[in-house]
Design a protein around this ligand. Structure first.
Ligand SMILES: NC(=O)c1ccc[n+]([C@@H]2O[C@H](COP(=O)([O-])OP(=O)(O)OC[C@H]3O[C@@H](n4cnc5c(N)ncnc54)[C@H](OP(=O)(O)O)[C@@H]3O)[C@@H](O)[C@H]2O)c1
Length: 358
């Protein structure tokens, strides 16, 4: 069973899961027919061959469910029927808006995880694979983030991070209390250089570039002072590589009941935050100048930019690294030859988003 199959990561996990399981029940908000259609067309858009799409068409059972509802909105007989004989539950669905409404983030990410775990309680042989985020490390802006560091109790850059941290706590408590097998995967920012159709779920970078379009109406290039560290950097990993690593770890890691292991799913090389700003500079009529702190007298254009980027801007101060112990122990350290820079991110935009600024 999986949640979030219609999402950016979910659609990339699916081809791997199809090779491991005869049947996959995809829980999603859309009607079963439309969810299936969306999944099949997204699989084609991300380059999956006909054989995979045919397999998905026959092996995938889409069921309407909503994370935010008690019992996921399933009737008790449906829930009971679906939980019988389940081998695994992949929980990838989430609200990923960094500064989304607190009520939505809590209902989807925290309560939604609680509802998934309740279903898992009724499926005694199912292993729970929970997709978290490397950003549960919160406001620890420098140093090495170890996989078994305790989660910060407070101090998050945004509400999303906090909600994902609460969800991790739920998974750990549940596994310990019920002596169950669960694993946590923490990807960094998921990206792709494949230009996907607007209907296919995309990476957060495309979301940021789309939001920044408000600046396209300006006639002249404007200068925006952005607060950040000159050596600020952020970890990004190709979504294709992340899906490969997560599903490989799932089948290789020895997991003990009650003892939940968290694995960082990160790239060996970070992306300078200035490369992210450069992406906005080549797609919009703006120029960024890095300043040590947020100006107290923002111009109207700066004010607008800070509003649009408020979820992302704190990362301009980050210089932290992530331990990759799980990946290394499982000998999954791939040759990370992919260079993620402004050009890589630009290739991942649609032609409309790539429009060069004046
Ligand atoms: N994207 C990243 O850079 C990134 C980085 C680190 C970790 N993660 C984590 O990776 C996981 C997958 O993220 P993603 O990039 O695939 O996100 P996404 O593209 O925004 O997709 C979110 C998925 O969650 C589903 N969903 C949202 N609210 C729901 C609800 N109330 N009921 C049922 N399903 C609901 C969506 O369904 P609809 O299709 O109906 O909207 C969609 O399938 C998340 O747990 C996220 O926190 C993502």
């Amino acid at each position: 069973m999986m949640t979030g199959a219609t999402g950016f990561l979910g659609i990339h996990l699916l081809p791997h899961l199809l090779t491991r399981h005869d049947r996959i029940i995809a829980l999603g908000r859309a009607s079963p027919r439309s969810a299936k259609d969306r999944i099949l067309s997204a699989l084609e858009d991300i380059g999956q061959p006909l054989s995979v799409r045919t397999r998905a068409d026959s092996a995938l059972i889409t069921v309407e469910a909503d994370l935010t509802l008690p019992g996921l909105g399933l009737t008790s007989s449906t829930a009971q029927h679906l939980s019988q004989g389940l081998e695994a539950i992949w929980h990838s669905a989430a609200s990923t808006a960094l500064n989304g409404r607190p009520a939505t983030l809590t209902a989807t990410n925290v309560e939604g995880t609680r509802h998934v775990l309740e279903l898992a309680s009724a499926a005694p042989s199912a292993v729970v694979h929970h997709i978290s985020t490397a950003f549960v490390a919160g406001r620890r802006r420098s140093g090495l983030m170890r996989e078994d560091d305790p989660l910060p109790a407070a101090g998050f850059e945004n509400l999303y991070e906090h909600s994902k941290s609460q969800a991790e706590h739920l998974v750990r408590d549940w596994a310990q209390r019920h002596h169950r097998i669960a694993a946590i995967y923490r990807p960094s920012v998921l990206v792709t250089d494949r230009s996907l159709a607007p209907s296919t779920p995309a990476d957060p970078v495309r979301g940021m570039v789309t939001a920044f379009r408000l600046h396209r109406n300006q006639d002249d290039r404007v200068v925006i002072r952005a607060a950040g560290a000159p050596d600020g950097r952020i970890n990004m990993i190709p979504v294709e590589q992340a899906a490969r690593l997560i599903t490989s770890l799932a089948s290789r890691q020895p997991i003990e009941p009650g003892r939940v292991r968290a694995s960082h799913i990160t790239h060996t090389t970070d992306v300078p935050f200035q490369d992210v700003l450069r992406l906005l500079e080549v797609t919009h009529p703006v120029t960024f100048t890095l300043v040590p702190q947020k100006p107290s007298d923002p111009t109207p254009a700066e004010y607008l930019s800070y509003q649009i980027m408020r979820g992302y801007l704190p990362y301009a101060f980050h210089r932290r690294s992530y331990e990759r112990a799980s990946i290394q122990t499982a000998a999954l350290d791939e040759d990370d030859a992919t260079v993620i820079d402004t050009d890589y991110l630009l290739r991942g935009l649609t032609p409309a988003h790539r429009q060069i600024s004046r």
